[in-house]
Design a protein around this ligand. Structure first.
Ligand code: GAR
Length: 228
């Protein structure tokens, strides 16, 4: 089996990157991580990648003074030098131009902390709380030119609890991000993703047998009186 050379792009903490690195330690994982690149020199994830023995690179967007094409040309040069064939965005907080997205069409994957197409953009957990949704989650998708748009590969849903804060909800979602990103990237690297009419299908993937409802059905029943 040839393992597809894959680069991970980060801007910060890098916990999703760490989940991908951990999965890729298995020699049977279909992606091999050849580079971790950050647009921020102070991204904590860089140190984690270095400790894991993965090559790292920094392309500081501030050096390009708003010239996105020049910034992306520098990113592309690093990706080419590393031999990357797939790019996984993991908390990479720069919007990519149409040109970059087109060059990496169907080889560029992202994780977003909401059940897309709901809550595109930033502050997804605060906006989910404000909207009062009862189920929230995360999405792995192929990247298209529109922000947080593109064929969906995998999603995970979590309940929103009445006493949730942004932090507790974010932590519950993040746990699921780490769960769904490695297999979604594996499916892409293994050539098991077919894109048909803007939708993605993963060949051989199984769906869960159960639905998630929140609150649990039966919530209209009066509470059981205390014994005695
Ligand atoms: C993750 O929650 C990821 O889904 C989100 O940033 C966080 C990065 O955390 N990405 C976006 O909001 C992209 N629009 P991490 O650095 O620990 O993986």
């Amino acid at each position: 089996m040839t393992r597809r050379p894959t680069a991970i792009l980060i801007s910060g903490r890098g916990s999703n990157m760490a989940a991908l690195l951990a999965a890729a330690r298995d020699p049977s994982y279909p992606a091999r991580i050849v580079l971790v690149l950050s647009n921020r020199p102070d991204a904590a994830g860089l140190e984690r990648a270095r400790q894991a023995g993965v090559p790292i690179a920094v392309v500081d967007h501030r050096a390009f003074r708003g010239d996105r094409a020049a910034f992306e040309a520098a990113v592309d040069a690093e990706l080419a030098a590393a031999g990357a064939e797939i790019v996984a965005l993991a908390g990479f907080l720069r919007v990519l131009t149409e040109g970059f997205v087109a060059r990496w069409q169907d080889r560029l994957v992202n994780i977003h902390p909401s059940l897309l197409p709901a809550f595109k953009g930033l502050d997804t957990h605060a906006r989910a709380l404000a909207a009062g949704v009862k189920i929230h989650g995360c999405t792995v998708h192929l990247v298209r030119a529109g922000v947080d748009e593109g064929p969906i590969l995998a999603q995970a849903a979590v309940p929103v609890l009445p006493d949730d804060t942004e932090a507790t909800l974010a932590a519950r979602v993040l746990e699921q991000e780490h769960r769904i990103y490695p297999p979604a990237l594996a499916a892409l690297a293994a050539g098991r993703v077919r894109v048909e009419g803007g939708r993605a299908v993963i060949l051989g993937a199984r769906a869960p047998g159960a639905a998630l409802a929140n609150p649990l059905p039966g919530f209209a029943a009066p509470p059981t009186p205390p014994p005695g």
